[in-house]
Design a protein around this ligand. Structure first.
Ligand code: ZN
Ligand code: FE
Length: 240
């Protein structure tokens, strides 16, 4: 069983420290800032077995080489983006399994935010590590992919078990909630969820991870019935 520990870094980014309770094996996801990532590793015993990367943006990978220099662990990322990621020791494609201690993370291709974006699903631990593809109450900007790409990527997430914990990479939830309420003002589940989010933020606490079941009930991007709706929502959010 893997437990995901949140690593706040930069201004609003989250990395994740994944720890296997059976073996102590540990992975870091998206190291962007050396000090908080190193502190998280040391706080959990100083062991590092691998570094997982969701996509090539600097706010996800900038500290990869520095962490790898301290802890000689393999860096794993998308084969499609190997040319613009930090040096990869292992290049992975959709469906590939990555063994982390007693658990297995499966690679999911999730183009949209970027073309080579990938996510990691750890089924036995009910964890989805989704980078900048899905956010709580939002989704990533379409910087490279199309709305059709993003729609297909979100559909893959929507088919996972509803009790999956969604470990996204940014604290964007409060502003996402404002937009979600704007487009879906009568959704009671959303109204309740937005209230809980406001309380967490008032206390300075992270709003993630969130439950996939909550996202399925409230996230307008995940709920978009077709590509055209997703495209217009994403467009409207950009200027909201
Ligand atoms: Zn990004
Ligand atoms: Fe990002």
């Amino acid at each position: 069983m893997i437990t995901a520990h949140i690593i706040p870094q930069l201004s609003d980014n989250y990395g994740w420290l994944l720890v296997c309770s059976e073996t102590g094996a540990t992975a870091v996801v998206d190291p962007a800032e050396e000090a908080p990532v190193e502190a998280a590793i040391m706080a959990h015993g100083g062991r590092l077995d691998m570094i997982l990367l969701t996509h090539h943006h600097a706010d996800h990978v900038a500290a990869t080489d520095a962490i790898r220099a301290r802890h000689p662990a393999p860096v794993i990322g998308a084969k499609a983006d190997a040319y613009r990621l930090p040096h990869l020791d292992r290049e992975v494609v959709e469906g590939e399994s990555i063994q982390l201690g007693a658990s297995t993370a499966v690679v999911i291709d999730t183009p949209g935010h970027t073309i080579g974006h990938i996510a990691f699903h750890i089924a036995d631990s009910h964890l989805l590590i989704c980078g900048d593809t899905l956010f709580s109450l939002g989704c990533g900007r379409l910087l490279e992919g199309t709305a059709a790409d993003m729609f297909a990527s979100l559909a893959k997430f929507a088919s996972l078990p509803p009790d999956t914990l969604v470990c996204c990479a940014h604290e964007y939830t409060e502003s996402n909630a404002r937009f979600a309420l704007h487009v879906d003002p009568h959704n009671q589940a959303l109204i309740d969820f937005a209230g809980a989010i406001a309380e967490l933020r008032a206390e300075g606490r992270p709003t993630v991870p969130s439950l996939l079941s909550d996202e399925l009930a409230t996230n307008p991007f995940l709920r978009a019935p077709d590509v055209a709706t997703l495209a217009s929502l994403r467009q409207a959010k950009n200027t909201f």
